[in-house]
Structure formats: structure tokens, C-alpha cells
Write a new protein. Structure first.
Length: 429
């Protein structure tokens, strides 16, 4: 799910260039919204309207449930037809091409990573008026999810599901060593030492900022100021976090990368028994069910750092596009697909966790401690998100982590490069 981030960031560089032609300042987005609201109110009668819904193609099982939900929506709103138009590849490029052409679908998937760029360029309209009109209780959504789709006091999407990161551990290896899952950084090191034997490492570590950044917050640091005009990639806390994370490989010799362990990604190394622990998200659960059905594993919250807990939350929202001629009806679809009823159906697949707090209390999760650990992390998680036009410095961030882990480069020197790239990008905005 998150293993191809480098390719995604490269695509986002193209995306930024493509969308520059949209000329979509926030001011023009306001005028667009006013026009759409008037059109939406005109079409809110009984005439038949068609709402187009798009997102990246999903599994057959998820598509089947989505189609069932859409049938329910059509029955509830007989004057609204829905045309589902999944994109099989290069979803972000397709969406941005549609944005330039003025042919975006009414409702679309918006990943939290892309949200700052897309909101800033006016692709998604504010939903606040429709949220109020439909009586949507935003307090039922996890706050850390909503934050990823809010800007300047306005809400631009409702999250449909999420995952946080958890520490997956091999139960049999732990039992044989007489160990309990680690709860702190120090315990993680000692536990990994005890589990590192022969060709098996205590933990598999990915040179990936999507796994590393929470450690900065655990050390008491942060990436940005409130309005994201300043960054702290090379702060003392960030350096401390890098020294710990990288040190699992370079200093303590209790970890290695997936490639070094003969695996495609961290989940693969864990499934093959080449690492006793792995830091991954909810996507690991269906993967392990398929690839290692006999593996006995557990999931706990990430170990606590010197200054507390942190986590990343990965989420996607349903948003209403700038090109929708029926925004009021489009929001009805957004509201329906993120409702309690819809989410209670989706959780049965086990592909994502519910964005609504009320659904997280569903009996479905009562006997699933692996999911409970991931749900617990959302309370203190931050969105997996940077700033608009983040690709240049995030790419530098990825290079820095690889250089630290693979080549033993000095963490402070490498993080200085990331900070310099951010400052270069922010000056150009």
C-alpha cells in the first residue's frame, strides 16, 4: 500500500506542474463555489441528476460492497443517479488532467498526502454549508483524520477510513525467547537484540519517512509550525530520532532493510520469518492472511519515545470537485458513503479502519486485538501530510534516510540537506 512512495512523489512533481495551468487560487475557488452552490440549489428538486464518482480501482470484494452501497443510495434518493468510474492506473495524473479540462467527476477520492496541493489549487470545494444543511456530526469523526482535510477553518473532505502504524511481532519467536512486546525505545533495542539470531533480525527497518517521522514527535520534535511556513527537519529532536531509528541498523545491528533480508518490503520480510518485528499499518493484516496464514502474530502500539507517543495516520476522503454542477447532491453521496451504516459494511472486509468513533466501537472489533492497537494510535496520530509542493524536499528526505541507513551517513548532515531543500521550496511559494 505504501511501498511505492518514491513513485508517488515523482508523480506529484508532475502533478504540481500540470495543475499550475489551472490558475486555481483560493479566491477563484470561492467564486467557483458560489456558482456551484446556486446550481446545486436549483437542481435540488425532483429532476433526475447524475453524479459521477471516481477513485482508484480497489479489490473485487471492496468494489462489490461499494456497488451495494450505491444501490442503497439510489433507492434512498431516486432522483439522483450515480455513475461509478474507477481508475485502474495513474489515478492522480488522470484526476489532474480532468481538472485542467474542467471534466472532474462530482465526487472523488482525495488522499491526505495530496490534500494540501489539491485544496490549494481549488480542486475540492468547501463542504461546510452542506455539512450544516445535512446535519453531519463532525465530532463523530476522528479529529486527526479531519485535520488532514481542513484548511483555513474550512472542511474539504470527509474521511472514509484510515490506518495508523503498529508494531507487528512474531508471537512464536517472542514466546520462545520469553519476551513481551516492547513499550519504550530502550525496550525495543533490548528486545530486538534478544531476537536477533543467525539470519533473523529483531526488526525490519524501512528507509522511509512514512515510518520514521513519528519518531521525531516521540522525541519531542515536530516537522512544522502551525501554518507550515517553517520546518524543523534538522532540529535536535529530529537528529535524536534519526540516531535512534538508523542506529537500530548501524549501531546495534539488530535490524536491516527488507532488501538486505531478501524481501520486497517489510511485510514480506516479516511474513517470511526473517524479522521478528515490523512497523506497518492495517494493510499488513490482509497481506498476512494471504501470504502467511499460519503465522501467529500480534500487534501493539508503537513504543513510546522519550517525550511520549506519536503515530502517522493514512487516510482518504470523499471530496466534491470544482467542476460539479450539482454539489448539494454530490455531498449527499459523500455523506451517505461515510455514514455509520456504510462504514459498518466496509469494516467487514478488514481493509481499513472506520473514520467514525461510533463505528470503532462496533462488536466486530471486540475479538480483534490487532485492530484495536491500530485504532488506539489514532488518538495521538498526525496526518501523513506535508505542505503543498512538498515533492522536492520529501524526495530529499527519502534520499537522506537511505544514505543514513545504507551508507552510514551522519544524521545531522543529511537532515541539514532536507531543511535546506524545504527552505528553498518555501521561498518559491
Amino acid at each position: 500500500m505504501r511501498r511505492k512512495l518514491a513513485a508517488l512523489f515523482a508523480a506529484l512533481v508532475v502533478a504540481a506542474a500540470t495543475l499550475a495551468g489551472c490558475g486555481s487560487k483560493q479566491e477563484s475557488g470561492t467564486e467557483q463555489t458560489q456558482s456551484q452552490e446556486q446550481t446545486g440549489s436549483q437542481s435540488s428538486g425532483q429532476e433526475k441528476v447524475t453524479i459521477r464518482l471516481t477513485g482508484w480501482a480497489s479489490s473485487p470484494a471492496e468494489t462489490k460492497i461499494l456497488e451495494t452501497l450505491l444501490d442503497g443510495f439510489r433507492a434512498k434518493y431516486p432522483n439522483i443517479e450515480v455513475s461509478y468510474e474507477p481508475v485502474n492506473a495513474d489515478y492522480d495524473k488522470k484526476l489532474q488532467a480532468d481538472a485542467v479540462a474542467g471534466t472532474m467527476a462530482d465526487v472523488f477520492y482525495m488522499d491526505v498526502l495530496w490534500a494540501p496541493d489539491w485544496i490549494n489549487k481549488g480542486l475540492a470545494i468547501p463542504l461546510d454549508e452542506y455539512i450544516q444543511a445535512e446535519g453531519v456530526d463532525l465530532s463523530d469523526f476522528e479529529e486527526s483524520l479531519l485535520r488532514g482535510f481542513q484548511m483555513n477553518g474550512k472542511t474539504y473532505g470527509l474521511p472514509k477510513g484510515y490506518s495508523t502504524l503498529g508494531l507487528f511481532y512474531n508471537v512464536e519467536m517472542f514466546e520462545q525467547a520469553g519476551l513481551q512486546p516492547p513499550k519504550t525505545w530502550d525496550e525495543l533495542v533490548e528486545t530486538a537484540k534478544a531476537l536477533t539470531k543467525g539470519d533473523v533480525k529483531g526488526i525490519v527497518i524501512t528507509p522511509d519517512h512514512a515510518r520514521f517521522v513519528p519518531f521525531i514527535y516521540m522525541a519531542g520534535g515536530k516537522l512544522f509550525n502551525e501554518d507550515k511556513t517553517e520546518a524543523y527537519f534538522n532540529s535536535p529532536e529530529a537528529v535524536q530520532a534519526a540516531e535512534f531509528y538508523v542506529g537500530l541498523v548501524t549501531k546495534h545491528k539488530v535490524a536491516d532493510t527488507p532488501k538486505a533480508l531478501g524481501a520486497e518490503w517489510a511485510g514480506d520480510a516479516f511474513a517470511k520469518g526473517r524479522a521478528a518485528m515490523a512497523i506497518e499499518g492495517h494493510w499488513m493484516i490482509p497481506f498476512l492472511q494471504e501470504k502467511a496464514p499460519d503465522l501467529k502474530y500480534g500487534v501493539v502500539e508503537l513504543p513510546e519515545g522519550p517525550k511520549g507517543r506519536s503515530n502517522f495516520v493514512f487516510t482518504v476522503a470523499y471530496a466534491v470537485s470544482k467542476d460539479s454542477k450539482h454539489p448539494a447532491e454530490a455531498f449527499k453521496l459523500v455523506n451517505y458513503l461515510t455514514s455509520e451504516e456504510a462504514q459498518r459494511q466496509m469494516i467487514q472486509l478488514g481493509l481499513e479502519l472506520p473514520s467514525r468513533k461510533s463505528v470503532a466501537k462496533d462488536p466486530f472489533f471486540a475479538d480483534k486485538p490487532d485492530r484495536q492497537a491500530l485504532i488506539a494510535g489514532v488518538a495521538y496520530a498526525i496526518p501523513f501530510q506535508y505542505t503543498a509542493n512538498h515533492a522536492p524536499y520529501v524526495d530529499e528526505f527519502a534520499k537522506a534516510l537511505e544514505n543514513m541507513i545504507l551508507n552510514g551517513a551522519d544524521p545531522k548532515t543529511e537532515l541539514d540537506k532536507v531543511q535546506a531543500k524545504f527552505e528553498q521550496v518555501i521561498k518559491q511559494q
